[in-house]
Design a binder for this molecule. Structure first.
Ligand SMILES: [Cu+2]
Length: 503
């Protein structure tokens, strides 16, 4: 690609002669403008001026402040690689490899024409060597070969940011896929010389796919699974490094009337994101992080190792849900975030109720009890109350869509679980089998005949099934009882899988 770009030089240079360059370089400076494409020109704007500047780096979802400088500078970026154990989901930890201590890596912001002096440090506690390949670099490997850094070492290289745009950076030490799968990516914005139009808020959201030995939400510290990664069979697909990064109290926030610029990256390593905000239309999208924009966009494709940014105005309050619109990723692998917008209603734009609790399932309630129960079980001190509390959260995310929060079901469609005589007659084993393999055919519950299908729920972890059923048995006037993980595990092991059941 880079070769190709240079091969076209003479041709584009000739075309550029006919048009004035958008921001002329200082007198006498050599520069290369290709073509006036509304601020997209590539160019060396001359040598850095003034004292070197230390780049402000931010953790997602924060973005460094806009650059107001009118001249190129020497910008120093100090980025530290750390291998850290952090939650990827409630009660589930993962050993992330990070640029700056979190996933995604810290956001870097420079101006086109800046000379970037890059310092990469690898923390002494790291187990692995790491490096950095910035897609904003013009030069072999994007900096990778010059930045190979062993634990407890630091490296330095310098590049000139010739092209404006929003770029991914990532580690490129072999096995590259594994370093990226462990969270080694972030974004660097190269602002055009004239800057970007002013907006009220900027935010940083980056998607990534993760591969763990345990299944989705299986508790404890989960190791990386190389085979799943090779098979592109993601266990988690998340925004900003964990399932909970942008939900509940961590939701993104804005106010009615504000304009938002959302920088969206995708670290991959494997999956392409169909990025969508439920209830919003992107007024503008700069696809692939390039110079030109598209307008009135619903869902924008963000490639693995690519980026885009979206700009939109918020007209009405409420909770806007960020998803990868490959929906099983959103609802079964974690690719779900929230933008909470406060302010006055505008009934002429939208009238209705806001968050749909069933649609969002357990994402709206506090998942903390699930983690508490997992910890207690590990310590061998799990109580009935803890199981019930965890089961309630999980029930709301899975069963309540049909059986409702109050266990009353929906007349004619979904049988009640509250004071259900059918449930009361089931043995604990039958109950577990029904969850694993689903239930179909005619059944009579509290005098009403149902002849429908309950889909298998075997994607749930053993621990989650135990907690949900314990909650159901102890709620709404049911007879009580307790179901353990060991019971579920044993029954799963000897129960033949129903057609269509996962895992
Ligand atoms: Cu690495």
């Amino acid at each position: 690609m880079r070769m190709h770009r240079y091969a076209m030089f003479p041709l584009l240079l000739a075309a550029a002669c006919a048009q004035p360059a958008p921001t002329p370089p200082p007198e006498g400076e050599k520069s290369v403008f290709l073509e006036d494409t509304g601020g997209s020109a590539k160019g060396d704007l001359g040598p850095p001026q003034g004292e070197p500047i230390q780049a402000v780096l931010t953790h997602a979802p924060e973005v460094p402040p806009p650059i107001t400088r009118k001249t190129p500078a020497k910008v120093i970026v100090d980025l530290e690689v750390k291998e850290v154990e952090l939650p990827i989901a409630e009660g589930v930890n993962y050993m992330f490899w990070t640029f700056g201590g979190k996933v995604p890596g810290q956001f870097i912001r420079v101006r086109q024409g800046d000379t970037v002096e890059f310092h990469l440090k690898n923390h002494p506690d790291s187990k692995m060597p790491h490096n950095i390949d910035l897609h904003a670099v013009t030069g072999p490997g994007g900096g990778a070969a010059s930045s190979f850094t062993a634990p407890g070492h630091k490296s330095q290289f310098t590049f000139k940011a010739l092209n404006r745009g929003l770029y991914v950076y990532h580690c490129a030490v072999a096995p590259v896929g594994m370093h990226v799968a462990n969270g080694m990516y972030g974004l660097i914005l190269v602002e055009p010389p004239e800057g970007l139009p002013k907006v009220d808020r900027e935010m940083y959201v980056m998607q990534g796919d993760f591969y763990t030995v345990g299944k989705y939400r299986e508790k404890g510290l989960q190791p990386f699974d190389m085979q799943k990664a090779i098979d592109e069979n993601a266990t988690y697909v998340v925004f900003n490094g964990s399932e909970g990064a942008l939900v509940g109290d961590n939701a993104l926030k804005a106010k009615v009337g504000e304009t938002v610029r959302m920088y969206i990256g995708n670290g991959g390593p494997n999956l392409i994101s169909s990025f969508h905000v439920i209830g919003e239309i992107f007024d503008k999208v700069y696809p692939e992080g390039g110079s030109r924009f598209q307008e009135n966009v619903q869902t924008t494709l963000v490639p693995a190792g690519g980026a885009a940014w979206a700009e939109f105005k918020l007209e009405v309050p409420g909770t806007y849900v960020l998803v990868d619109h490959s929906l099983f990723r959103a609802f079964n692998k974690g690719a779900l975030g929230m933008l909470k917008v406060d302010g006055p209603e505008d009934k002429t734009v939208y009238t209705g109720k806001e968050v749909d609790e069933i649609y969002l399932g357990d994402k709206v309630s506090d998942p903390a009890p699930v983690g508490v129960a997992a910890k207690s079980r590990k310590a061998g001190e799990l109580t009935l109350e803890e199981q019930v509390a965890a089961g309630k959260v999980l029930y709301q995310g899975t069963c309540s869509a049909c059986h409702r929060d109050n266990g009353e079901g929906v007349p004619g469609a979904f049988p009640p679980l509250a004071k259900a005589d059918y449930l009361a007659k089931m043995s604990q084993e039958q109950l577990i089998v029904a969850i694993l393999n689903g239930l179909e055919g005619e059944i009579t519950v509290n005098g009403t005949v149902y002849n429908s299908v309950m889909p298998p729920q075997s994607h749930l972890a053993d621990e989650d099934i135990a907690n949900i059923l314990t909650y159901v048995l102890n709620s709404w006037g049911n007879a009580g009882g307790q179901i353990s993980v060991e019971q579920v595990k044993a029954i799963r092991a000897k129960t033949p899988r129903a057609v269509g059941a996962g895992h």
